[in-house]
Design a protein around this ligand. Structure first.
Ligand code: ARG
Length: 462
């Protein structure tokens, strides 16, 4: 007696154990792919008909039924159950229920092995477009902030020590650049996997006279996979995507870390809006940057997703193995997490107030223009190593006498080097220090405005 409950039940003598049904099922998460599965099936049926593998009327019947199934799932009229195993089986069961024997013809020249890679590619193609949209919105927000904060000077840090004054706009655009590279990586990734997998069948292709060009055209794939074994075995495109998602999260988490620090009383550089912070259940005075902290925390999940995918693929024998079913949950998690985090971060940053006075005051301390004095001496032909030493001694003197650089007189400076002239007082001003860095990539107002103009020109704005 065959296993009558399964479409593959012919060679089986016993029904599947309930525990195995539960253990092997993926329907509870891959049901998310239903619209892509149906889109792929309609394209496949159309191709089968034009190749004479099924009759035209049969393809029409199948297509109509698939469209009504799509509508019913959209409206929540179809409930999936564990015995369906996965989304492919669930839809095929429903199709056969509605069309009888005709429905059974759809799976010719196809296997779930190429079907699942098709579904995932269609899904990821559209999700990458969604992520690109939110990334783009974040970048626009950063440019807007960079323009409105163009006068704000803040201390730039290395080793978390005050280093040199920079424009806040320069800081904001640093993240713009990082997200621009993430955008490129996402588009690259999409272009690489935007290839039709259908036709690979189980692993070796099919003896039926399929036309893959035609299916590719229906589904908007510019290319067709050139090797059926590679097609069903590999998931490098998923790894590549989750890696890119990890980089986006890493960039967000570094941004968040700064905002968390800067919103502390000690820094006081920013105030995150009440709408994007939360309170403490015990300490009434607290306003916590939880959103930023959670984005930093969720970065770990996405790294975990990447690690899961990489480990899943390592050492798998060719070609398809059921292990590959485990690629979906980390992929879905990475897609959702990165999209949510980008969206909420963009909202939060657009409602964050920068305290320019606090930033300016902080930038004035810590001898942040010491390098400018050293470079001043270089302009007077002092070798840089020597000027570095001279300024080091000036700083040591200031520390010992509790003075800042602008509290020294010209005579004080000249005690360390005769060649100092009155204009040294200019050189140690923050505005001068910032604006003298006017080369490409520098923090001077002209350079930063230049970059903003370039960015706006590229994105079609004036
Ligand atoms: N649910 C499976 C997956 O996600 C679909 C492919 C199953 N193929 C098979 N021959 N069992 O990978």
């Amino acid at each position: 007696m065959a296993n009558p409950k399964k479409v593959w039940g012919g060679r089986f003598q016993k029904p599947t154990a309930k525990s195995v049904e539960k253990f092997t099922a993926s329907i509870h998460f891959d049901k998310r792919l239903y619209s892509y599965d149906i889109e792929g099936s309609i394209a496949h049926a159309t191709m089968l008909a034009s190749q004479g593998i099924v009759a035209k009327e049969e393809a029409v019947k199948i297509t109509l039924a698939l469209k009504s199934i799509l509508q019913d799932i959209d409206q929540g009229k179809i409930t999936f159950n564990l015995s369906d195993e996965d989304i492919h089986m669930a839809i095929e069961r429903e199709l056969i229920l509605r069309t009888g024997e005709t429905g059974g013809k759809l799976h010719a020249a196809r296997s779930r092995n190429d079907q699942i890679v098709l579904d995932v590619r269609l899904f990821l193609r559209s999700e990458i477009d969604n992520i690109l949209k939110v990334l783009n919105a974040l970048q626009s927000q950063l440019v807007m902030l960079a323009k409105s904060e163009i006068k704000t000077i803040m201390p730039g840090y290395t080793h978390m020590q005050k280093a040199q004054p920079v424009l806040l706009s320069h800081y904001l655009l640093a993240f713009w650049e990082m997200f621009a590279r993430d955008t490129e990586r996402l588009s690259d990734c999409k272009n690489r996997f935007n290839v039709l997998p259908l036709g690979a069948a189980a692993l070796a292709g099919t003896s039926l006279p399929i036309d893959r060009q035609q299916t590719a055209k229906y589904l908007n794939f510019p290319r067709i996979s050139p090797n059926s074994m590679d097609t069903v075995a590999d998931r490098d495109f998923i790894a590549e995507f989750v890696f890119t998602a990890s980089l986006i999260m890493m960039h967000l988490s570094r941004f968040c870390e700064d905002l968390i620090l800067w919103s502390s009383d000690e820094f006081g550089f920013v105030e995150i809006s009440d709408a994007y912070t939360t309170g403490s259940s015990i300490m009434p005075q607290k306003k916590n940057p939880d959103v930023a902290e959670l984005i930093r925390g969720k970065t770990a999940r996405v790294y975990g997703d990447l690690f899961a995918i990489m480990t899943l693929l390592k050492g798998l024998p060719m070609t398809y193995n059921r292990d590959l079913q485990e690629d979906k949950e980390p992929l879905f998690d990475a897609v959702d997490t990165v999209k949510d985090c980008l969206t909420i971060f963009t909202e939060m940053i657009s409602e964050t107030k920068f305290n320019s006075a606090r930033m300016y005051k902080a930038a004035s301390g810590g001898f942040s223009t010491a390098t400018d004095i050293a470079e001043y001496l270089v302009k007077k032909d002092v070798p840089f190593r020597q000027s570095h030493e001279i300024v080091g001694k000036i700083v040591a003197y200031c520390l010992k006498n509790e003075k800042s650089l602008d509290q020294l007189s010209l005579q004080d400076y000249q005690r360390f080097y005769k060649g100092f002239s009155a204009d040294i007082q200019e050189y140690i001003k923050l505005e001068k220090a910032v604006n003298s860095r006017k080369h490409i990539g520098g923090t001077g107002t002209a350079a930063v405005m230049g970059r903003i103009k370039e960015i706006e020109k590229k994105s079609g704005k004036k």
